[in-house]
Ligand binder design. Structure first.
Ligand code: FE2
Ligand code: FE2
Length: 212
C-alpha cells in the first residue's frame, strides 16, 4: 500500500472533520436501532427535552470522531489498529443515528461542535504522542464517561420516546465494548483526580450542548 504523505494525511483529516461538522449524512454500517420503532406523540416540552439530550449525545459523537482521528495521527497501536478502526466506524453509526433523531425532533446539532471537535482532536493527538498506553487509557476513560451519560439519559428521556431510547441503548452497549477493548489492549487506568477533571470538562460540554 502507498505510504501517505503529510499532505495526504492533512487532506484526509480535514475531509473527515468537514464531513463530521457539516452534518452531511455519512454511510453507516448498521441501520438505526430507531428505524424499527414507531414514533409516538410527544408534547412540545418533551420534544425539546429529548432533542436537548440527543444534541448532547451527538456532540459526544463529534468528540469521538475527533478523538479517534487525533489518535490515528499520532498513536502507533500496531496490535489493536483493526479494533480501533472498527470502533471508529461504529462511532460514525452513532453520529448519524443521533443526527437522524435530531432531525425527527425538528432540532439541530450543537453550534459549539467545531469547538468540541478541535479540543478533542488535540487531546487525541496529544495522548497518542505521549504513548499508546496513555492514548488507549484516554479512549477507555472517555468511553466510560460517555456510558455514564447514556445511562443517565435512559432515565431522563421521555418514556414514550422509544426511538431515542433504542438509539441510546445500542450506543451504550457499543461504548462499553469500546472501553473494554481499550483497557484490554493495555490502556492506562487513569487515577481518580484525572477522571474527576474529565468529568468536569464533560459536564461543561453537556450543559452547553443541551441548550445550544
Ligand atoms: Fe459513540
Ligand atoms: Fe465509543
Amino acid at each position: 500500500m502507498r505510504q501517505l504523505t503529510a499532505i495526504d494525511q492533512f487532506i484526509a483529516h480535514a475531509d473527515r472533520a468537514l464531513r463530521t461538522l457539516s452534518n452531511a449524512k455519512q454511510p453507516t454500517q448498521r441501520p438505526s436501532p430507531a428505524s424499527g420503532v414507531a414514533e409516538q406523540d410527544l408534547s412540545a416540552e418533551e420534544k425539546r427535552h429529548a432533542a436537548g439530550l440527543m444534541r448532547v449525545n451527538h456532540s459526544g459523537e463529534v468528540c469521538a470522531q475527533a478523538l479517534y482521528q487525533g489518535q490515528a495521527l499520532t498513536a502507533k497501536l500496531p496490535h489493536v489498529r483493526a479494533e480501533m478502526e472498527h470502533a471508529a466506524a461504529e462511532e460514525i453509526d452513532h453520529l448519524v443515528w443521533c443526527q437522524d433523531r435530531l432531525d425527527a425532533l425538528n432540532s439541530h446539532p450543537s453550534y459549539l461542535n467545531p469547538l468540541w471537535y478541535g479540543l478533542s482532536f488535540a487531546i487525541g493527538a496529544g495522548a497518542g504522542l505521549v504513548s499508546d498506553k496513555v492514548s488507549l487509557g484516554f479512549v477507555a476513560a472517555t468511553e466510560n464517561q460517555v456510558c455514564k451519560h447514556l445511562q443517565k439519559h435512559l432515565e431522563d428521556l421521555p418514556a414514550q420516546d422509544q426511538k431515542s431510547r433504542a438509539v441510546v441503548t445500542q450506543m451504550l452497549e457499543d461504548e462499553a465494548r469500546h472501553a473494554d477493548m481499550a483497557l484490554n489492549a493495555g490502556g492506562y487506568n487513569f487515577p481518580a483526580p484525572v477522571k474527576g477533571l474529565m468529568t468536569l470538562v464533560s459536564k461543561a460540554m453537556t450543559k452547553t450542548s443541551y441548550r445550544i
